[in-house]
Design a protein around this ligand. Structure first.
Ligand code: SER
Length: 599
């Protein structure tokens, strides 16, 4: 098979779909907009959910991109051949435009054509949906594949468990999919199929034909707008194309591996334990680099995204000890990733200093207590008689030595012990009012929350940002994070000092004034350059973006934004700021709610 680098694969994919009339759009942030159900962007389609549900996209109905994604659900598996917490997904979308008849021949062309991946047709297998009470057998896709040149014996019909994608949450758009596989070796038995995990079939791409809206358990309605959503994991395809054993043997990790080898004097493949430690460090430092370097930059903390970041940095530090990685060098590994990815993700270069600083700060913080914490752990573990470390001790390791629960659990498991999580949660709740509870529940993918309340709070966030700029007389106030649930908004912005009580009151009053004026919220699409000229602002990766959606509220607020928004400010009710506090250094946080007006 063709040898290929990550740079080349991204380029080929985007070029191919551009030649089929697609607009190349930039990767969205790793932090989902207005989706309180998840902490991170988990799939290429995730940022596009509103558009898959019918919202108009400014770039049209054919889109393609390379999306950065984070999934931490399988963090314990990182270290094996294939698991990563960060990955890139190549994807293309039809928003009510083309469907199976175009997509399947395109997939075949991209996979087999010499100009693109050049995979021999007889090394490809596909699976299609076998049909059930909810939707018919996808004979159409099967026939399209055979017409393209896939051998009939390489077309497999599989049930919903394997050939249905979505919804991302409990309800929403979904549909049958067709998956593509490389045939790696002989089948293990006559019944063997892509559903078998013997390794004969390796998945490389997934085309989802979103034709249904799941409205309840077992209830599927035909979707008005039929979409295509495809996803191809970059690292996985690189691994297969280049005949590598593991994703960690692909070019994306090469430079970082060299850095670790130099720092430790050890070889990546010295022995299985060393290899595992290398992989964990590689994965975790890469993920941390992208999290801190995101345009909505995350910093280590004890809640939500910041907690996940803290956890992965500390886990990297712990594994660093196993291979004698010198203290304070995670930043050097990060540097290798920044250089490797800087063209595809320029935000990494823009934020390079911050990435290195935050890594160093967090590493130093943990290093201070790591040694004594490990000793304490050994002492505690030696005293355990019933196979379980009690909750108060686990909390003590967290609170005094900075050991995230998951790290203590992992160390306990290595000794064949368990930890009392319930007891830990109790101790935690007693000790701190703000708990990270809730954060854990948010790992599964979820649909963007389009509820009316969330939409209103989104509009209120725009008013808040404009009011802050006016009251604090600072046009440079920058959004550093926004998180909206149906109950409240949370807005982080750059500002060097606490706001005074009067300023808070003034901001609140100004927002309410605009609400009372009942101004229409107006959406317009325009080229990014025009939006900039007309004073619309927004944090926006403009690398590929040409046309953008803008929202204006009178001449009070102008932002580049994907929406959706309320139609009139009068719908919002009364705006109340509940808290103004520090979020991290140089960043303030406001929490606010909307109180419905009496009818
Ligand atoms: N949503 C599908 C996936 O994540 C295709 O993009 O596999």
């Amino acid at each position: 098979m063709k040898q290929m680098t990550s740079e080349k694969l991204r380029e080929l994919y985007l070029k191919f779909f551009e030649s089929k009339g697609h607009k190349i759009i930039p990767s969205a942030s790793l932090i989902p907009e207005n989706d309180p159900t998840v902490l991170f962007t988990t799939a290429g389609m995730h940022p596009l959910v509103p558009y898959l549900l019918g919202e108009k996209h400014p770039e049209g109905t054919r889109l393609t991109d390379v999306q950065k994604c984070v999934r931490t659900g399988d963090i314990d598996e990182v270290g094996d051949l294939s698991h990563c917490t960060f990955f890139e997904m190549l994807g293309n979308w039809s928003l009510g435009d083309y469907f199976k008849e175009e997509m399947i021949p395109w997939s075949y062309e991209f996979l087999t054509s010499e100009e693109y991946l050049g995979i021999p047709s007889d090394q490809l297998a596909v699976s299609v949906f076998e049909g059930d009470a909810d939707a018919p057998r996808d004979e159409e896709s099967a026939q399209l594949w055979i017409k393209c040149g896939i051998k009939p014996e390489n077309v497999y019909y599989l049930p919903k468990k394997h050939n249905w994608w979505g919804p991302a949450g409990l309800t929403g758009p979904c549909g049958p999919d067709t998956e593509m596989f490389i045939i790696r070796k002989e089948k293990c038995s006559p019944e063997c199929s892509p559903a078998c995990d013997c390794g004969a079939f390796l998945e490389i791409w997934n085309d989802v034909f979103m034709a249904y809206n799941k409205v309840g358990e077992g209830q599927f309605e035909p979707l008005e707008q039929k979409n295509v959503d495809t996803g191809m994991g970059l690292e996985r395809v690189l691994c297969i194309m280049n005949g590598k054993e593991s994703v960690y043997d692909t070019d994306v990790f090469e430079d970082a591996i060299a850095v670790i080898e130099k720092l430790t004097g050890k070889g990546f493949k010295d022995d299985p334990e060393t290899t595992r430690a290398f992989r964990i460090i590689l994965d975790h430092v890469r993920t941390a680099t992208f999290m801190i370097g995101d345009r909505k930059g995350i910093t280590p903390s004890n809640v939500d995204q910041g907690y996940v970041l803290r956890r992965i940095i500390r886990r990297a530090v712990r594994y660093g000890r196993n291979i004698e990685l010198p203290t304070g060098t995670l930043k050097d590994i990060a540097e290798a990733f920044i250089n490797k990815y800087k063209d595809a993700y320029p935000e990494l270069l823009d934020n390079a200093d911050r990435i290195k600083e935050e890594l160093l700060k967090e590493e130093n913080k943990f290093q201070k207590t790591l040694q004594t914490g490990l000793k304490e752990f050994e002492k505690v573990a030696a005293k355990v008689t019933d196979g379980m470390i009690d909750g108060i001790t686990v909390f003590h390791l967290y609170d005094t030595y900075g050991f995230p629960l998951e790290i203590t659990e992992e160390m306990a498991n290595e000794k064949g012990l368990k930890i009392d999580k319930e007891g830990y949660e109790k101790a935690f709740a007693e000790h701190q009012s703000k708990s990270k509870a809730g954060a854990e529940g948010k790992f599964a993918a979820g649909l963007a929350d389009n509820q009316a309340e969330t939409v209103k709070l989104h509009t209120a966030t725009h008013l808040l940002q404009a009011a802050l700029q006016k009251v604090l007389c600072d046009d440079n106030i920058q959004q550093r994070g926004s998180n909206i649930t149906a109950e409240r908004l949370r807005f982080d912005f750059s500002f060097p000092r606490p706001m005074t009580k009067d300023e808070v009151k003034e901001v609140e009053a100004l927002v309410n004034e605009v609400i009372q004026q009942d101004l229409p919220v107006i959406m317009e699409e325009m080229p990014l350059s025009e939006a900039n000229e007309r004073g619309f602002f927004g944090i926006f990766d403009s690398k590929y973006g040409e046309r953008v959606k803008t929202y204006s509220i009178g001449d009070f607020s102008r932002e580049i934004c994907g929406g959706p928004h309320a139609e009139h400010t009068g719908e919002l009710g009364t705006f109340v700021i509940k808290k103004e506090q520090s979020s991290s250094s140089g960043v303030r946080r406001i929490k606010a709610v909307l109180v419905p007006n009496e009818k």
